[in-house]
Design a protein around this ligand. Structure first.
Ligand code: PGA
Length: 262
């Protein structure tokens, strides 16, 4: 499965800045030909910008992702956006259960699971986020919280899930510059694999684990080298062209080195 790097622009860019960055990223992708069957990159702009950003990156190989979708297919949900409409706008992925939404919109894991189910129904791949707080970690209940969140956030589908992307984003790491150690991340990746194996019927090959939280050009290689981690969800560093391009280039170079070593 291709390593996936997702740019989560959150609500950080104006329309003008979104379009400029999308165009620059599109140009970079086309001219560098860096995206291969081993490396995929997607941009998650604000929902209002999906159409224009989609046009800006057309033919560039870059994917488009929603930052959230409704837990309903359609109907009376003022202000919400359905997974189906995201699909119609050209999205391949949708982020669900980001800790900012769990916190600010009080989204429970059950709601997250319904959103993920809507995403699958619409033909999108959900990126299901989980993450523990600093308090959880300090109290020694991080693993327990992660397992519970994971179990409850995965939709109870009666068909085999095609592809499952779980993003591990420790809340204390988001936007803070603090990153767990590689062994802490490896341990959570192992825990995710184990929990899913025990509780859901799916093929291990279909699971992709992303890490998110203060990813930067300086730490991206170390993180993507961790066993079980196959991608990144990048917030702050994805807003700056130079930094995001460096992350993509470094992760790509790592792939090339690995292939040459084989
Ligand atoms: P950050 O955000 O890279 O700015 O820490 C990551 C995220 O919230 O997805």
């Amino acid at each position: 499965m291709a390593t996936l790097i997702v740019a989560n622009w959150k609500m950080s860019l104006s329309r003008q800045k979104s379009l400029e960055l999308a165009e620059a990223m599109g140009e970079f992708s086309k001219s560098s030909k860096i995206l291969t069957k081993d490396l995929a990159v997607a941009l998650a702009p604000s929902a209002l910008m999906l159409g224009e950003v989609g046009k800006g990156i057309a033919e560039s190989g870059l994917g488009l992702a929603g930052q959230d979708c409704s837990e309903l297919q359609e109907g009376s949900r003022t202000g919400d956006i359905s997974a189906q409409v995201l699909k119609e706008y050209g999205c391949r992925y949708v982020i669900v259960g980001h800790s900012e939404r769990r916190e600010n919109q009080k989204e429970t894991s059950e709601v997250v699971a319904r959103k993920a189910e809507m995403a699958y129904q619409a033909g999108l791949t959900p990126i299901i986020c989980i993450g523990e707080s600093l308090q959880d970690r300090e109290q020694g209940v991080a693993e327990q919280k992660l397992v519970q969140q994971l179990k409850e956030s995965i939709p109870k589908l009666n068909y085999k899930m095609k592809r499952l992307i779980v993003a591990y984003e420790p809340i204390w790491s988001i936007g803070t510059g603090q990153v767990p150690t590689p062994s802490q991340i490896r341990e959570v990746a192992r825990l995710i694999g184990l929990t899913l194996n025990e509780n859901f019927s799916f093929k291990r090959d279909n699971l992709q684990i992303l890490y998110g939280g203060s990813v930067s050009p300086d730490n991206c290689e170390e993180i993507t080298k961790i066993f079980g981690v196959n991608g990144l969800l990048v917030g702050g560093a994805s807003l700056k062209y130079d930094q995001f391009v460096q992350i993509i280039e470094r992760v790509s170079a790592q792939h090339i080195n690995l292939i040459q070593m084989m």
